[in-house]
Design a protein around this ligand. Sequence first.
Ligand code: ACM
Ligand code: ZN
Length: 545
Amino acid sequence: MKRLAIILIIAAIAEITALAQTPQADYRVIPLPDRIDGIKDNVFRLNGSQLIDYPKGNRDMERNALLLSRYIEEQTGLHLSTRPVIKGDAGNISLVLDATMDNDEGYRITVRSKSIEVCGKTPAGVFYGIQTLRKSLPVGCFEAVALPAAQVVGCPQFGYRGMHLDCVRHFFGVETVKRYIDIMALHGMNRLHWHLTDDQGWRIEIKKYPRLAEVGGWRKGTTLGHNSPVNDGIRYGGYYTQEEIRDIVRYAADRYITIIPEIDMPGHMVAALTAYPELGCTGGPYEVWGMWGVHDDILCMGKDHTLQFVQDVLDEVMTLFPSRYIHIGGDEAPRVRWEQCPLCQQRISDLGIHGTDNKSAEALLQGWFTTRIQDYLSKHGRSIIGWDELLGCDIAPSATIMSWRGAEPGAEGAKLGHDVIMSPVGPLYFDYYQTSSTWNEPTAFGGCNTLKKVYDFEPIPTELPEAARRHIIGVQANLWTEYITCEPQIQYQVLPRMAALAEVQWLRPADKDYDDFLARLPHLVDIYKRYGWTYRAKSLTEKDE
Ligand code: ACM
Ligand code: ZN
């Protein structure tokens, strides 16, 4: 009897010691949940014997379950199978839809000793719960992980939470784009603005105009550095086939990320002009550009053929991208060619366009062109996003403005009734340096957008009148790739700045705290390391004045 008691005591001590040694989940992840409330119960001991249950017949929830299983295995080594259920049993992780929740993208995780429930109003909400749950797990190879009993609730501040990727200045393959999407998913982002056409290359196959990719997809060489007189003379290019684009769009949609393609017009079109010189004012010849900057040659507005070309391209773009928004650029369109082109001037005269004190006839011509495109897309149930230059062209408020030359144009646009996405060069151009001490940094555009500057950015200007505030629908960081040639460099430029952006996108201003964010960052970085992603380690410890 005495011996049995001793054995039982030893067994109990062993159990307590094992539990104490079991690595613990920590729900204080990035972006920080809105609430983490402890529940009086024991821990849930995740050990691989459990299942991930999802509602039978729901394909989105099935995919969510498979993704959660994969994330848990990648981060902890524990394998959990998935199972369709009518009603889940105790003892497992259940993914559940709850129509009574407020926000489409909000989540609620409830951890008890015998169950974990991840709830959302929609499968997207459940997916964000899954991201929070996986980020709370330790990284390594474990026999078990202890999850403290708690209720964890989160809901994003902004519906549009974007990242941009320029695949023109340098071209990146399908797998790189998919990894970028994985990184976005980890950070709770939901819009990928994909820059696909520009002066230096045309990267999307258009069946009606095959020369766009075949000719416009290639440049003869690339300037070294910041537009030095030295050109490397190495033919450079590539493009995505329509099949590849469909694959990437599906991959993103499976992670609740909508891809918004950008076909920049009427400027940044030299690659297209090289393929089809008749689209320009002078008729060419043109050459896909091997330098960076703003080119004077843009689409001719005087030719009906150009307008038809744009519509044809957009027809194919719309079949590939289900996104409500199509980004039509509109930035940096010099008007010198239009001023000298008899056909463009004839168009201005035919339309009865007269310049005003603050808007030239050519600016209004760009407005007319943009409005035609806007009407065309609207007939197909789509809407345009354009860069903030469009505010100078008299366009309808139904166009969404992407504010890049600071936050001020966005504020003006919101006052005029435009929806606005904030992505100002300072601090949201992630092709800018991350430090003022640039000696040991990979070449970047210039500037200095530190982690702290990104964290401190507030997309809704404090002085903006109440009626205009609701027009700030989101916030995005941009990654132009003039000086970014390979995937590790992409990751270096965005990590960990994307972590700071994620809190800007998800948290209410009063809940932001930079020191607290820095304390939570190393665990997220452990996840970056687990996946072999490159990141700027110095940003974790550097003092930012
Ligand atoms: C831009 O950076 N030209 C939008
Ligand atoms: Zn012209």
